[in-house]
Write a protein that binds this ligand. Sequence first.
Ligand code: CP
Ligand code: NVA
Length: 304
Amino acid sequence: MTRHLLDVTDFSVEEINAVLDMADAPIESLGTPLASKGASLIFEKPSNRTRHSMEMAVVQLGGHPIYTRGDEVGFDTREPVEDVARIMAGYHAVIAARVFEHSTVERMAAAVDADGTPVPIVNMLSDWSHPLQAFADALTMRQRLGALVGRTVAYIGDYANVARSLAEISLLLGMKVRLACPNGFDAGAAELERLAMIGDGDITQTTRPHEAAEGAHAVHTDTWVSMGQEREKEARRRAFEGYAVDESVMKGAAGDAIFMHCLPAHRDDEATSSVMDGPNSVIFDEAENRLHAQKAVMRWCLGR
Ligand code: CP
Ligand code: NVA
C-alpha cells in the first residue's frame, strides 16, 4: 500500500518515532532513494521554508525536484486534479502539493491509489493541516526537551492548519496539549472530541493565554492571518487582541520552556520580537528542521 502523508494521523506512533529517529540520524544513513528520480512540488500558495526545504530534501536524497505554481497546473480549471496526479505519477517518484482545499490532496491520493501507482502524495499545507510542519516541530521539541511523553505543549492563537497538526502529533507522542484561542477561532466542540480520541487525549482549551502557558514546556503560535485571509487582516487583529505571546506569557511557562513559531511571523502581532529573538526561542532551528524531517518523511514514504 502506498504511504501518503496527508495528515499526521496517517502515521502510527511507532512510525512517527521511526521517522523522527531517521531525521536525527546522519544524512548518509538515509541513502539516495530518489537517485535518478523526480519529485513534483506544486504550490497553490506562496512558500519560503517549505519550497526550499523540500527542494533541498529531494536533492539530498539523490533526486531532482520540479517546482510548479498552482496557476500553471490549474487544478480543476486547466484539467481535473485526478488527471494532474496521474500525469505527474508518470514522471515522478513523489508528488507534493500545497493546496487551498484539503480535498485536493485527498483526490490526488485516491487517483494514484486507484491506478495502483506507488507514488506517495505529500501534503505541503492545506486549509486543514500542515503535517510536515508538525514533524519538524516534534523533532525540534524532542531535540530540546528530550523525551516528550508527559510534557506539556501550549498553542496560543488561531486554531488552524498548523495548530491542528501540532495537536495531533503532540497527542500521538503522549504530550498534554493546552490550547488558548479566542471564541470563533478555537477548536470547537466536535474537533476537541476528535482530538481527545488521539493518544491519551489529554487536551484542554481556554480563552486565556496565561492559563494555557502555565507550566508548559513548549509554547507555540502561528500567524493570525493565514494565506488567503489577507482581506480579514484588520478584523482578525482585533479578534486576537490580548493573544500575543509576550514575555509575561513565557514567564508563566516552565523554566526551560521553548518558544516556537512555524513562520512566517507578523512580528509584534502573534508574538513579540523580544520573545522571538529571546533566549527561549528555537524558531530558526525549527525552520531548519523542516529539511531534516522532510528527508525522513520522504524516505519513509518511499519504502522504509
Ligand atoms: N512554515 C512554513 O510552511 O513556511 P512557508 O509558508 O514559508 O513554506
Ligand atoms: N496558518 C498559516 C501557516 C503558514 C505556514 C497559513 O496557512 O498561512
